[in-house]
Design a protein around this ligand. Structure first.
Ligand code: BGC
Length: 316
């Protein structure tokens, strides 16, 4: 009887779902919206319903589902416990237990960016690399640190929380997590838009961005590629702060390669080249010349990693 795995990557706005066979082939993928009302209370049931509907449609029996792997946009302890996930509103929730209750099958949760790093290492740009740091630039900034082929999830699941490195202790605007001056506030999709709005309000510099009604990170990168000076300086700022954060990470783990993923990475080479240029400024010789790659699985890195979480449990 053929066995299947569900890979579920829970984001702040949408939940990316994938159906895999146990040889790691992605059969189908789809998305459902993230219901953040009621502190995210409906999310587990929504996921379970979507899995059930997919099984029904494809004639998959419960006995054929080997498990459900889940990526959560916040720290997750090894047993699936989430103490606080501001991106969803969850508090004091054991995701493994709740999902097993809803689906009746093995459920394993981990941090979304850690899981994306696992996915990239397994099937993406990190294949064959044992020491890698992945940073995801999306609504938030996430990180996945792989040392000698293993994810560094830390004692309480907050290993790799690169988005919450304090880059500017004098910042007066609060981060979504409650802190101040975090990388996520400058280098996420929402962060660069916030910085752009601030600049547009504080200066009278001409820019095509002034004509946009609803500004997005993509608009800023597109304008920068077309030579808009204001947009270019915003991309420089993002590159500079991200490079500084990554240079600190490099001094701790000395990775072979940095991989940049998440929605913002669709900007392409302008992003990797800018970060690389800033990274090498003033860095210690031994840490110089790191390779900066774009995530080759793009936004699917998460669902692949979720499938791998289950495979690692069932294949001994
Ligand atoms: C969270 C991380 C998460 C990232 C991307 C951050 O705000 O703290 O745990 O990986 O967003 O979703």
């Amino acid at each position: 009887m053929e066995q299947f795995i569900f890979g579920i990557d829970i984001g702040g706005t949408s939940i990316k779902c994938g159906l895999f066979t146990t040889d790691g082939t992605l059969k189908e993928k789809w998305e459902i919206p993230t219901d953040r009302t009621d502190a995210g209370a409906n999310v587990p049931a929504d996921i379970a319903k979507s899995i059930e509907a997919k099984c029904k449609k494809l004639g998959i029996e419960k006995a054929q589902v080997a498990g459900v792997g889940l990526g959560v946009p916040g720290p997750v302890q090894e047993n699936g416990y989430v103490s606080h996930c501001p991106n969803l509103g969850w508090r004091d929730l054991n995701v493994n237990e709740v999902m097993e209750r809803f689906t009746g099958v093995l459920s394993v949760a981990a941090n979304d960016a850690n899981v994306a790093a696992l996915g990239e290492m397994w099937k993406g740009g990190g294949a064959g690399v044992k020491n890698l740091v992945l940073v995801t630039l999306g609504t938030g900034v996430g990180g996945g640190i792989i040392v000698e082929g293993k994810i560094v999830a830390g004692a309480f699941g907050a290993g790799g929380e690169l988005g919450h490195m304090v880059m500017n202790p004098k910042e007066t605007v609060q981060c979504g997590c409650g802190g101040f001056g975090h990388l996520e506030q400058y280098a996420s999709a929402t962060g660069i838009v916030r910085m752009a709005k601030k600049r547009l309000a504080e200066t009278s510099q001409a820019s095509v961005l002034r004509k946009k009604e609803k500004l997005s990170a993509k608009d800023i990168f597109d304008a920068a590629k077309a030579g808009d000076a204001l947009a270019l300086s915003l991309v420089e700022e993002l590159g500079e702060v991200l490079a500084r954060a990554l240079s600190h990470v490099a001094a701790v783990t000395d990775p072979e390669v940095f991989v940049i993923g998440g929605g913002v990475s669709r900007a392409g080479e302008i992003l990797t080249k800018t970060v690389e240029r800033h990274y090498n400024k003033g860095i210690m010789k031994a840490l110089e010349g790191k390779e900066f790659r774009l995530a080759t699985l793009g936004n699917d890195a998460g669902i692949y990693g979720c499938a791998k979480l289950i495979l690692d449990r069932i294949v001994k």
